[in-house]
Ligand binder design. Structure first.
Ligand code: SF4
Length: 320
């Protein structure tokens, strides 16, 4: 208990820095993040305000697999309280997909942009949940959503648009624009296979490697489509060039993929510092095993090693 109180006190000072990390703006970036911060950094999001999009945009609906408030578990915003919007539907079919309810078997209701923006602007997280340690699990995963007088909620300013593949959802650019207009910091998580123009603060690009292809015998149609679609380098370059900040994440299943990753990094012309290497795995044991052979190589290449903290914090469960 004493340790938890101490941790909360430490977090009182640590949270603002985590909430608004300094994200370098890439040279030449032109779109997105019009926040008056000048050309080199994305500043903290402004206080969210009701948006003023047209009624037609407000009423537009997207199929959504789930929304939830949690901590970002991957990449440079790890630990930042965020409101996640997961669109349903994907144009790829990775064999290891950990969100099959948004790809292989898409589900979810059609929700209006207005309701999604309002939910994002009103989202909050308990101080207990925001004080999660970065190196262990928690006793009560549902505390991320707890509120109450003794546990006053912290307003969430970050939105993560993820999937499935958000870029294939009709109305996605309008949703991203409405969230930015409402003053939210917007991260877009995508496999980067579709050239769609949208505003954001951070593009989180996750190119799919050859080994992501589903079994050709069990899924001949999707295996062929997946291979045709997964790596359009020119499209990815276009997305990168339009984004104010980028992180490129690779899910790695074996050391045999190292050469392919280096080829893709070269083709995309991205800095090593913007590359995040993540283990393929859905349990702490799998992550620990992979870290033994993956971390030294990532470090040697100058890449960031990116653990999947949501699995360590909550286990492999939906809504986290
Ligand atoms: S791109 Fe992402 S959502 Fe789509 S199948 Fe692959 S892992 Fe799943």
């Amino acid at each position: 208990m004493v340790k938890r109180v101490e941790r909360l006190k430490e977090r009182e000072h640590a949270v603002p820095a985590l909430l608004y990390p300094d994200i370098s703006l890439r040279k030449g970036a032109t779109a997105c993040a019009d926040n008056g911060a000048g050309p080199h950094h994305v500043s903290e999001p402004s206080t969210p305000t009701p948006r003023s999009a047209s009624p037609a945009t407000q009423n537009r609906r997207l199929r959504i697999a789930e929304t939830f408030t949690s901590l970002q578990g991957e990449g440079r915003l790890t630990g930042v309280p965020s409101f996640f919007i997961r669109t349903s539907g994907c144009n790829l079919r990775c064999w290891f997909c950990d969100t099959p309810y948004a790809s292989w078997n898409p589900e979810g209701d059609r929700l209006s942009i207005e309701s999604l923006v309002n939910a994002a602007v009103e989202s909050s997280i308990s101080p207990d949940a925001a004080a999660l340690p970065t190196d262990g699990s928690i006793d009560d995963p549902d505390s991320a959503h707890a509120t109450g007088p003794a546990n006053a909620p912290i307003a969430v300013r970050h939105v993560v648009l993820t999937g499935g593949e958000p870029l294939v959802a009709a109305g996605f650019p309008e949703l991203a624009a409405a969230l930015r207009e409402a003053g939210m910091h917007v991260t877009v998580e995508t496999a980067g296979t579709v050239d769609v123009d949208f505003p954001c603060n951070l593009l989180s690009l996750s190119p799919k490697l050859r080994a992501s292809r589903p079994d050709p015998e069990a899924h001949p149609k999707w295996s062929r489509r997946h291979e045709e679609r997964r790596m359009p380098v020119a499209t990815m370059r276009s997305l990168i060039e339009r984004s104010p900040a980028v992180q490129v994440k690779f899910v790695v299943d074996s050391p045999e993929e190292f050469g392919e990753i280096e080829e893709v990094v070269t083709d995309l012309r991205i800095d090593a510092a913007d590359v995040w290497i993540m283990p393929q795995g859905v349990s702490v044991e799998q992550l620990d095993d992979a870290a033994k052979w993956l971390t030294p190589w990532a470090s040697q290449q100058g890449y960031q090693y990116c653990d999947r903290m949501q699995i360590r914090w909550y286990g492999n469960r939906r809504g986290t």
